[in-house]
Write a protein that binds this ligand. Structure first.
Ligand code: EPU
Length: 417
């Protein structure tokens, strides 16, 4: 167990370099074992979820090591063994192994995944998609078991827009016989990144980034070199942290377009955001204004940036409404924030935020990854010392966050119990 000890009240200033996108990396990693030869993954983030995924794939026979150019994934020895439950439970994206194992071996047995407790997180759309491709899928004994003598392409309409189901179906369909069309597909930038990676391996995936993705199955895939896109949520977190501390930060190595919803809302609140190539400069002076936010699938405001944004708005003048329409359990940061002096109440799926002038340091708990990010930002902006416990959640998805924040002038230390 570890905690972050933050002495708040310092403006963040300087440059922070953003790493690779977590939710792209943990889709591309299992996709790499679809190939017959090694791939090199550049710009892989240095986060615990990637380490865990690497351990899972290693336990299943793949060789994974850091080379001079990036992470080398050699799937030569990868086999259809059951991944260890303890590892699988550490992250959500472990269910992509079902799509991968079905595509490569026609059978999969994968323990039900873990991940943040931010809602019920059903997987009915994954199962619907895999069944449409001809797989028999059951959930028994805490495992997803799936078999298919030959996956066959099919039209699949998703009843809800799901990032995970879109990815799982893309993985399985990449080597199915015939054509699959996913309608009402997720459009997130990491779906496009995965499609680019699959295509570089020899797959035929078109339309990623729109709500209809067409996949012509191919017989086999080969290794390739691919660079993971920058992490828009990590970038959003530093942009918001800069704004919350009245700072001046250059957020470097981003694709500004992916951050449009964040930039738009920060500007509405009175933050100055300037684009310069692959950098965004974020400056805040004076008190910010309240704004309303509703989380939506891409290109709407991302749910993963909602907790940090809630912290920022707790300091803005006026009343902000934040509506969470993706995850019913994603306001766990609110109870903790209120211990630091925020005035937020939650009614159903909406947080009603009465802006306060200042926050004060407290001992708080990171209940999930983004809730942890929200509390760290609160600690940076607060007077006095904040201790954020259970920050393991945060290191699942933010690379060296204490070090990066110190690089911006923050006083932050990770303390291991
Ligand atoms: N849903 C269903 N049935 C399904 C799948 C999803 O009803 O079969 C519902 C969910 O309950 C939710 C909505 O559809 O209300 C969207 O869920 P989605 O499947 O898109 O989410 P996910 O794939 O489980 C990924 C990210 C999350 C991120 C969401 C939304 C990964 C590993 N996780 O989750 O990231 O919040 O997309 O963008 O890619 C995070 O990084 O902090 C995080 C939680």
């Amino acid at each position: 167990m570890s905690k972050l000890v933050i002495t708040g009240g310092r403006r963040l200033e300087g440059t922070v370099r953003i790493g690779g996108r977590k939710n792209a990396a943990i889709a591309v990693l299992p996709a790499a074992v679809l190939a017959t030869g090694p791939s090199v993954l550049e710009n892989i983030p240095d986060i615990d979820d990637v380490r865990t995924y690497g351990e899972i794939l290693r336990q299943m026979g793949a060789d994974i090591h850091r080379g001079p150019e990036g992470l080398v994934v050699d799937p030569t020895g990868f086999a259809a063994v059951v991944p260890q439950q303890e590892l699988v439970k550490r992250l959500r994206a472990s269910y992509y192994l079902v799509g991968v194992l079905l595509a490569r071996f026609g059978r999969a047995q994968v323990p039900l995944p873990g991940g943040d407790e931010i809602g019920l997180r059903p997987i009915d759309q994954h199962l619907k998609g895999l069944r449409a491709l001809g797989a028999e899928v059951v959930i028994e004994g805490g495992c997803i078991r799936a078999t298919a003598s030959q996956l066959k392409g099919a039209p699949i309409y998703l009843d809800v827009v799901s990032v995970g189901a879109t990815i799982n179906i893309m993985l399985a369909a990449s080597m199915a016989r015939g054509t699959t069309v996913i309608e009402n597909a997720a459009k997130e930038s990491h779906i496009v990144d995965l499609a680019n990676f699959l295509n570089a391996m020899g797959a035929d995936v078109r339309g990623a980034g729109t709500d209809a993705i067409k996949i012509h199955g191919v017989d086999s895939l080969h290794g390739c070199t691919h660079a993971i896109i920058p992490d828009d949520i990590e970038a959003a977190t530093y942009m918001i942290a800069a704004a919350a501390t009245g700072g001046d930060v250059l957020v470097a190595n981003v694709i500004p377009k992916h951050l449009d919803p964040i930039t738009a809302k920060l500007r509405e609140a009175g933050v100055d955001v300037q684009e310069d190539g692959d950098c965004l400069r974020v400056r805040a002076t004076g008190r910010l204004r309240a704004v309303d936010i509703k989380t939506l699938p891409y290109p709407g405001f991302p749910t993963d940036a909602q907790p940090p944004m809630t912290t920022l708005l707790s300091l803005a003048a006026g009343t902000s409404l934040v509506t969470e329409s993706i995850w019913e359990g994603r306001f766990k940061h609110v109870e903790e924030l209120n211990q630091m002096g925020t005035a937020i109440r939650v009614e159903g799926r909406t947080a009603i935020i009465e802006g306060v002038e200042r926050l004060s340091g407290a001992v708080v708990r990171a209940k999930d990854l983004r809730a942890g990010a929200a509390l760290i930002i609160a600690g940076l902006a607060a007077d006095g010392v904040t201790e954020v416990s259970e920050v393991e959640h945060v290191y699942r998805g933010y690379e060296r966050i204490d070090e990066k924040l110190r690089g911006l002038g923050a006083r932050v230390e990770r303390v291991h119990a």
